[in-house]
Write a protein that binds this ligand. Structure first.
Ligand SMILES: [Zn+2]
Length: 549
């Protein structure tokens, strides 16, 4: 525990850059070593050590998922003592809450503590129906569990921080810092999907051992269900709910999703996005866990594995405020690098971030490109509503202005389902196949990464291509072990190999250089538009197939 002191009688000066407070003239000369972590985490600190409680709850007579070896019925989960580290410098169990945030933060954020198991007094139906608590049941049950466990827990051990908006001090404030509630299975938060909510519940706070356990948001807890699936099976929801404490209420959006899409699946990885585990570079930078490398001039950059090192590039999109491309090399070395792209495609992931707040818009630039799509409709296979229908998508030809498999794709009933949908069902035109099959497009297709087996260039004339006339081109140069060397052209574009400009309109606002020994072929139906006095500089060979009238 931190030494107690009385803030009220002291005036403090913040010593900039020293992370310490000094007492002012009229008090003692003693320097008080307090850490202040500003602007890192909105409602909870993203740095330092949080001593947390985990409470694993099973409803009385829960008989669901008897097959679960992770959490057998009427017994504590097998991960009871591995979910939270008990000390800061111990080995953390893979997929544990402690391990995930330790690895994602590169040891900046340590969540340690102790876990308890509790079986409720009544079955779930009693809370929901007899007590008429319905979907608010978990809040009351959380209170019951804490009161029952009070004889075993000294809650005063779990108040070591004062969390204030974007500014956190490691001294107690009378409120318990973090309690993680996980249900073996419950209706709400719905257990099958391992979902959760970023509160301990709503209503009155609870006071135990003279410490306030704060209900409401932001409060002292987060609640999740689906614990029968084990640590890995619940982590995607757990990280998301804890993410609400770090990033606040609301959700990031996926490109072109619109408001309805925001709470659905996202085609990118992250703490907030589901399902990919690895915190993305935008989040990590915002939480103070990494520093991004800004690319402002032409140059070569060596990108080691992102999950292992936190190295990533950020390239502003010219002429657009608050739009950047971020480049991360994902080699799937870390267990948390899984589910970045279907079937573990490895390589350079490029995505655009639009916005600068806690919940930006993401758009993955899938290396296999954008396409035209058509759809027909089928009855929603798992919906009780007979009118509920879903689009079944078919991918047509490549189109630079189309949509990638991760995007929200317009369908042919414009006023239905927000006018577009993330791919859930794909048409199966294979021999003897079903008319459609489940293919969750937001999980990618295993070809989203730029690598030497697939796409090596991201440029104005490629698909996917750099847009808004950003004049950005990125070329993969070589890969050594798990490191990828990329060359970025942000000032002028130099062709790095023989290149064909495809049909369609290409706009440039910086010079395009054809170096000696390189051939540029312009297709018959290419329309070139050079803006701001820029032009094509030919030092090599130009084959111009356009027909001018
Ligand atoms: Zn959420």
């Amino acid at each position: 525990m931190i030494k107690k002191f009385f803030i009220a009688v002291l005036l403090f000066f913040i010593i900039v850059n020293s992370f310490s407070f000094k007492s002012s003239h009229h008090s003692t000369n003693k320097e008080i070593k307090q850490h202040r972590y500003s602007n890192k985490g909105l409602h909870i600190t993203s740095k330092g050590t949080i001593k947390a409680l985990a409470v694993f709850i099973q409803f009385l007579n829960d008989s669901t998922h008897p097959e679960s070896s992770e959490w057998p019925i009427n017994r504590s989960p097998v991960f009871l003592n591995t979910y939270l580290d008990s000390a800061e410098n111990q080995f953390s169990a893979p997929w544990s809450f402690s391990d995930y945030f330790k690895k994602m933060s590169f040891d900046s954020l340590r969540i340690i503590g102790k876990s308890y198991f509790y079986i409720t007094r009544y079955n779930e139906k009693y809370y929901r129906d007899t007590l008429r608590l319905g979907n608010s049941e978990y809040g009351e049950v959380n209170k019951e569990a804490l009161k029952s466990l009070d004889s075993l827990i000294d809650f005063s051990l779990y108040d070591n921080w004062t969390f204030k908006s974007n500014s956190h001090i490691d001294t107690s404030d009378g409120k318990v810092d973090l309690i993680i509630f996980l249900y073996r299975n419950s209706k709400y938060p719905p257990g099958e999907a391992a979902q959760g909510i970023a509160v301990a519940g709503y209503g009155k706070d609870l006071i135990l051992d003279k410490k306030i356990i704060k209900f409401g948001f932001p409060g002292s807890g987060i609640t999740n269900s689906g614990g029968w699936q084990g640590m890995k099976g619940t982590l995607r929801s757990m990280k998301h709910e804890f993410g609400h404490l770090l990033f606040g209420a609301g959700h990031p959006a996926y490109f072109n999703a619109g408001s309805k899409g925001q709470i659905l699946f996202l085609g990118i990885w992250g703490i907030m996005p589901i399902p990919g585990f690895c915190a993305n570079a935008y989040e990590k930078e915002r939480l103070g866990w990494i520093k991004l490398t800004d690319v402002k001039k032409n140059g070569s950059f060596n990108l080691p594995d992102f999950a292992a090192t936190g190295t990533a590039l950020r390239i502003p999109v010219k002429g657009r405020r608050n739009e950047v491309y971020i480049l991360e090399n994902h080699q799937q070395i870390s267990i948390y690098d899984s589910e970045i792209d279907r079937d573990g495609g490895k390589g350079l992931m490029i995505y655009k971030v639009i916005g600068s707040g806690n919940h930006p818009v993401y758009h993955v630039q899938a290396a296999d490109g954008k396409f035209d799509w058509i759809n027909y409709w089928t009855h929603h296979p798992w919906s009780a509503d007979s009118l509920d229908s879903l689009p079944v998508y078919t991918r047509l030809s490549s189109n630079k202005n189309g949509y990638s498999i991760r995007d929200w794709i317009p369908h042919n009933k414009p006023n239905y389902l927000n006018g577009k949908f993330q791919i859930f069902l794909m048409d199966d035109d294979g021999p003897g196949g079903k008319p459609f099959y489940v293919y969750e497009g937001w999980k990618g297709d295993g070809k989203a990464a730029f690598n030497f087996d697939g796409t090596e260039i991201f440029a104005p004339w490629t698909n996917p291509g750099t847009d808004y006339n950003s004049n950005l081109s990125i070329v993969l140069r070589e890969q050594k072990n798990t490191s990828i060397k990329v060359e970025c052209f942000v000032e002028e574009i130099t062709l790095t190999e023989n290149t064909v400009f495809p049909p369609g309109e290409l706009e440039f606002s910086n010079n395009v250089v054809i170096p000696e020994g390189t051939t540029l072929t312009i297709s018959e139906k290419t329309l070139l538009n050079f803006k701001n006095g820029s032009s094509l500089i030919v030092k090599g060979k130009l084959v111009d197939n356009r027909k001018f009238e």
